[in-house]
Design a protein. Structure first.
Length: 242
């Protein structure tokens, strides 16, 4: 088990470099590849814990992310509601058909991010509205049900917020969602404490990865940031369809 934990730790390192750079994306990489290495359900549960560690550490490196609380707190609450519903659904039903349909949609939108969309222009957030609530709840549901809650919210916010504000808003929202997901998994008895190395080695990779990604953030221009969003969305759509 230690050997698998080390491999997952290296995977966590790489995926959380992306987290530190963009504010999202580690579950897309960690779950998709990690599921080929070990039990997919346990990988999804572990990914939720790593998201908590990574999000908390990234917030400690960027305390200004706590600003705009009138937006990200209620948005995060909708994510929590959706995450709990999605986690319960995962416990009761297989997600195959939903994953396939969601994957097709995400791939089409990823292509739009890569080639067709204009640059986002908003530099400030507003109070949460009806559309925000629906998107947040659906994104949380996707996270709880498939382990990948990012795409719907990323598509929504990434199309209108510039990279600095996008990352500042998305990190605390996903932290709230990850806490809800992992807590629900734990309440349902889905956390396997017998694989203790999985809860020791990968978190180290998470800390190192977020530190590296956070240092790289200022060097990435807006257009390349948008392209990176498109690439991560495209990979997530492919993974959901496999």
């Amino acid at each position: 088990m230690l050997e698998i934990a080390i491999v997952l730790g290296l995977l966590a390192l790489f995926s959380h470099i992306i987290k530190g750079l963009t504010g999202f994306g580690p579950a897309i990489i960690f779950v998709s590849i990690g599921s080929l290495i070990y039990n997919p359900i346990e990988v999804i549960v572990l990914a939720a814990l790593l998201d908590i560690i990574g999000g908390g550490y990234l917030l400690s490196l960027n305390p200004h992310f706590f600003q705009n609380e009138k937006y990200w707190i209620p948005m995060g609450l909708t994510m929590i509601i959706g995450a709990i519903i999605g986690s319960l659904t995962l416990y009761l039903f297989p997600p195959e058909l939903f994953e396939y349909l969601l994957g097709i949609s995400i791939i089409l939108i990823a292509i739009w991010f890569l080639f067709g969309q204009s640059e986002p222009t908003e530099e400030g957030t507003h109070k949460i509205n009806y559309i925000d609530s629906v998107v947040g709840t659906f994104s949380g549901f996707c996270g709880g049900f498939t382990g990948m809650g990012g795409p719907p919210l990323i598509i929504y916010l990434g199309s209108k917020l510039k990279k600095d504000l996008f990352r500042a808003v998305i990190v605390p929202i996903f932290l709230m969602s990850a806490i809800a997901r992992f807590s629900t998994y734990a309440a349902l008895g889905m956390v396997n404490t017998a694989t203790i190395w999985f809860y020791i080695v990968p978190p180290v990779g998470v800390i190192i990865g977020n530190y590296i990604g956070n240092r790289m953030f200022s060097q990435v221009k807006q257009r390349w940031f948008t392209v990176l969003i498109g690439i991560i969305l495209f990979l997530s759509g492919i993974q959901l369809m496999i």
